[in-house]
Design a binder for this molecule. Sequence first.
Ligand code: SAM
Ligand code: SF4
Length: 329
Amino acid sequence: MTNLTDGFGRSINYLRLSVTDRCDFRCVYCMSEDVRFLPKAQVLTLEELLLTARSFTELGVNKIRLTGGEPLVRPGIVDLCHEISRLENLQELTLTTNGSQLSGLAHGLAGAGVSRINISLDTLQETRFDSLTRRNKLSQVLDGIDSAIDAGFKRIKLNAVVMKQRNDDEIIDLINFARSRELDITFIEEMPLGEISSHSRRESFCSSDDVQAIIQQQFPLLSSAETTGGPARYFRMPGGSSRIGFISPYSHKFCDSCNRVRVTVEGHLLLCLGNEHSLDLRYLIRANPGNLEPVKNAIIKALGNKPLDHQFSHSDEVQLVRFMNMTGG
Ligand code: SAM
Ligand code: SF4
């Protein structure tokens, strides 16, 4: 088995695989309301998604996170999870979801070998939820969270993107919600992916240090060396098991320890969230039926071009035209 290493000596053991660009929400920081989704022929089939996952596990990747778009709107997702979770070398199959479909799918996903779930939740207020996601589905998401707990998932993590004047007054409410259900929660700095019209990213930017300061007015945060293999820095709070995490692409850049690559649903291998370098794996998979060697060799070679770091800066200029749903967030 080859161990994937990039040109800077970083070992790559984690793949984020996007299974769809489609979504039943239109979160203001992620998509425009009139987003156009990809034609079907451009999207990897379920079989191609499995082949992609297999190429990476055969190269030493041992953790795969399925994402999107909204992974749970992809027809056949439970069967795909079942197939991927059985790949040799894979230690962990995880999934990031908006939670809207979890009521019906949580038990099936647990049975299909998904070991952990992250659920996005930026607000607990119905009207605000409608304006942030442009959809009226808060109660569906809350039911989905309860279903995931009921299905036995351990260490469920909530993800909240924090924006000034939009939801930064709900940080403590979100923490109390997480603590009441013994969930972890991570606060994310908004990234400049795709052009949006709903708000100024520069003006609404809320740094992890700002969020931390708000929390510390109410709760002491005890720093912790725990990691889930991702970029989050974790803290504990007295009197509960919940961990509070921060993903801070601006204020605490985590590129030095980057261990991951992404594959979009079009089959583009993205070497860095914040750069445009990519390799067309779909072409290679379709051009070499029944033979993954050319795909694997191309992945090994591409890793040599993985950039050292992202170059996001605080401005309203579009820094990457690719929206998060196209990136595989
Ligand atoms: N639909 C699923 C969900 O919302 O969890 C999975 C895909 S979504 C693109 C993955 C994560 O990216 C979500 O937690 C979402 O909040 C986050 N996200 C989307 N756009 C973002 C942006 N511009 N900056 C920071 N996080 C973003
Ligand atoms: Fe959909 Fe997730 Fe993007 Fe929201 S963040 S629009 S739920 S893909």
